[in-house]
Ligand binder design. Structure first.
Ligand SMILES: [Fe+2]
Length: 315
């Protein structure tokens, strides 16, 4: 049988999909043939193509559309959200994130939505006469910061994944509404500009933790409502609240984690709050899984008065 793709194409598909059934489907190979290619490539290049996405098989139409399911995660997973990266702004929490990555060596980093603010492509009009950064300036800031995370993870064999936030989707939504003929043209999706990061609406880890930017509940009790109604631990952004709500029932202990905001609450991205007090907090969450894949009590890194703290010390 002729080889239908290059080794590089196969490895690229594997890194994105992590499942023999999904890779075979995308490349038009039989599962048997795809497995043969996998072994040949592993031997030829001295690499290991581990499956990390085998729980849902063909139920995942494409990881960008639905859930990405990742099994057999042990070790630490860092989840941050709501970075709203702006030009010429770098938050204390962002610098802390890079340091914590180097310190704890996570197996996965999840950008849990709203890396892009997209003020100029919002359906809402401007709040006043102030000048907003252009979309190009915002996109360059997103790439600059996301690249810095990729560099901090270098050599660690980390899965880099992002979930889609309601602000991120503005990038595609605007174009899809105005020029639908450009569908699938390179550069018209935010993911085209962040090739190292796989993307989906949500991520299910070890069948016990759902990570998603905006779960069904928002508001002050979102952590409680989300964990109560999801039946497994939940990790959500969007509210800018940073907290861990424990819950338990006959199925055992679980947590509703709100991942705060990587952005500074005083960033120009949030002028719309009109200087009102808000319970938002700069920081991110750290999940640890034991060697059976069970989620252990979650931890937070938090910025207070301009200083980031993690595990009882400043970072
Ligand atoms: Fe959001």
């Amino acid at each position: 049988m002729p080889e239908k793709c290059s080794d590089d194409e196969f490895v690229d598909a594997w890194k994105r999909l992590g499942s023999i059934s999904l890779v075979a489907h995308e490349l038009g190979l039989s599962i048997r043939r795809a497995n043969e290619r996998r072994r040949v490539i592993e031997n030829r290049h001295g690499i290991l193509l581990d499956a990390f996405n085998d729980r849902r098989g063909f139920k995942i139409l494409h990881p960008e559309n639905k859930v990405r399911s990742i099994a057999n995660i042990t070790g630490c997973v860092i989840v941050f959200s709501d970075a709203h990266f702006m030009p010429n702004e770098t938050s204390v929490a962002f610098n802390a994130l890079l340091k914590v990555i180097k310190k704890i060596k996570p197996v996965m980093v999840v950008a849990n939505g709203d890396i892009l603010d997209g003020a100029t492509i919002s359906k809402y009009g401007p709040e006043g006469w102030q000048t907003k950064p252009t979309l190009k300036q915002e996109l360059e800031s997103v790439q600059h910061h996301m690249d810095a995370i990729v560099k901090a993870c270098k050599g660690l064999n980390v899965i880099l994944h992002r979930t889609i936030g309601n602000h991120d989707i503005r990038f595609e939504k605007r174009l899809a509404g105005l020029v639908p003929e450009y569908k699938d043209v390179q550069g018209t999706r935010l993911s085209d500009h962040l090739p190292e990061w796989s993307v989906s609406w949500s991520v299910l880890v070890n069948d016990n933790t759902m990570i998603k930017h905006r779960l069904q509940h928002s508001g002050i009790h979102s952590g409680y409502n989300n964990v109560l109604k999801s039946g497994i631990s939940t990790v959500s952004g969007h509210t800018h609240l940073l907290e861990v709500k424990g819950w338990g029932d006959y199925t055992g202990r679980r947590w509703g984690i709100s991942t705060g905001m990587l952005a500074n609450p005083k960033s120009q991205a949030f002028d719309y709050i009109e200087d009102n007090p808000v319970p938002w907090s700069q920081g991110f969450a750290i999940l640890s899984y034991d060697n059976t894949g069970r989620l252990l009590p979650p931890e937070l890194a938090e910025v207070i008065d301009g200083v980031a703290y993690f595990r009882g010390s400043s970072i």
